[in-house]
Design a protein around this ligand. Structure first.
Ligand SMILES: [Zn+2]
Length: 410
């Protein structure tokens, strides 16, 4: 196997970072022109790998190196190219660039099975309010219609964006992957947390992925004149909302030993005017963890507090569920293989969980799945300051290439 080519990895990461570049980091939303341009550029850079290129019915792209027996289930790897608003240049890109570099390393190595690099569409929830849409649709989880219900005012819905991309939304079921298509799936990704950096480890081997439960809390009070409505005569939806923001924090804090976290990331206020008592508020809530019972208790505690607030404040509170993904256990067998590779290479590794969601959690339904984490500076991610050292990225690529070789010859 050839050694990892640091320059090529660096050039590909730097080159991708030009697409959607703004004064505050990279904004390359899913299914946007920038997303398309970045992908086209990348495919042109790696044309000498002579991969078979295929796009499915919802825009996921598959780059296949044909093995000696193409009829066997293929070994899959990959990640995403879309970013959040004002994001960085490593989240997702390391997994795509890393997978392609691994194929360069394996170029002259005989492989029994085919290896497929997957570029998943719409991993980030920034554009449509739903994460990992491409991999969800590949695993028959949801429909273009279901991913359109969180569309922001004045922006394209998922169905519209999918049609703009050149896909027929009615054909989305054609993207569902048939059983036994893949032998395994491996994804390298920056950690997006500080655990590796703080423990001084070089690589993380992931065992569980925390899953997000996302919902909106709609609070309906009464919009009144802010001067003419005395205190005590109001139904201020924002005041009730503030109590519920604290309730989300308290409920998740009570479960912190189980690794559960809760966040209100968006607050919509109606009519949002300085001289009107807020009549309507919507809170966008994200609760996640690796322990399903703990997540359940957190949700129950938030609901109980909502009931109490509705009663005490005389407002109407309604919950609208967006997603309720279950935490996902990854393959212990693949983790052992990754561990053996690290041992053999003298790489200092750590067994860990992922707090962030990834396409790998859906791929785990199709085939044994693993993730290899790269340390990232101060755990900063979804931010222009996101940074991973080139040598750390390349070390993880080395582990991936070895793992793909083992898998493809099994
Ligand atoms: Zn990512």
């Amino acid at each position: 196997m050839k050694a990892v080519n640091q320059d090529r990895v660096n050039n590909l990461l730097m080159g991708l970072a030009e697409f959607g570049k703004t004064e505050q980091g990279i904004t390359r939303l899913a299914y946007s022109d920038e997303d398309r341009a970045a992908q086209n550029w990348l495919l042109a850079q790696v044309a000498d790998l002579n991969l078979q290129v295929r796009e499915d019915a919802v825009g996921n792209v598959f780059l296949r190196r044909v093995g000696e027996d193409d009829s066997l289930p293929a070994v899959a790897t990959g990640s995403h190219l879309d970013t959040v608003i004002h994001g960085g240049m490593y989240d997702g890109m390391c997994g795509v660039v890393g997978a392609l570099e691994a194929l360069y390393m394996l170029k002259d190595v005989k492989l029994k099975r085919s290896v497929e690099v997957i570029i998943f569409r719409a991993e980030e929830s920034s554009r449509f309010g739903f994460a990992t849409i491409g991999s969800k649709l590949m695993t028959g989880n949801g429909s273009p219609e279901s991913f359109s219900k969180a569309a922001k005012k004045g922006e394209l819905s998922y169905i519209e964006a999918l049609a703009n991309w050149g896909c027929n939304p009615a054909n989305y079921k054609e993207a569902i992957v048939k059983p036994n298509t893949y032998k395994s799936f491996s994804e390298i990704h920056i950690e997006q947390g500080k655990v590796l950096e703080e423990t001084g480890k070089q690589v993380g081997i992931v065992h569980n992925i925390a899953a997000p439960t996302r919902f909106k809390i709609h609070i309906k009070g009464m919009a009144d004149h802010s001067g003419a409505t005395p205190m005590g005569f109001r139904k201020d939806a924002l005041v009730s909302g503030a109590k519920l923001i604290l309730a989300v924090e308290a409920a998740a804090t009570a479960e912190k030993d189980n690794g559960t976290v809760g966040t209100v990331g968006v607050v919509d206020v109606e009519p949002s005017s300085i001289n009107v008592v807020p009549g309507g508020v919507t809170l966008w809530v994200d609760v996640r963890g690796v322990n399903n019972e703990s997540i359940g208790r957190t949700l129950e505690a938030i609901k109980a507090e909502a009931k109490a607030v509705a009663q005490s404040d005389g407002v109407v509170i309604m919950f609208e569920m967006l997603t309720a993904d279950k935490p996902v256990a990854l393959s212990e067998e693949l983790a052992k293989k990754a561990e053996a590779i690290c041992e053999a290479e003298g790489i200092d590794y750590l067994h860990m969980n992922s707090g962030a969601g990834h396409d790998a959690m859906h791929m785990a339904k199709l085939a044994p799945t693993t993730m290899i984490f790269i340390p990232c500076k101060e755990g900063i991610s979804h931010n222009p300051a996101e940074f991973a050292k080139l040598e750390d990225v390349c070390r993880a690529i080395g582990v991936l290439a070895k793992l793909l070789e083992v898998e493809a010859n099994e």
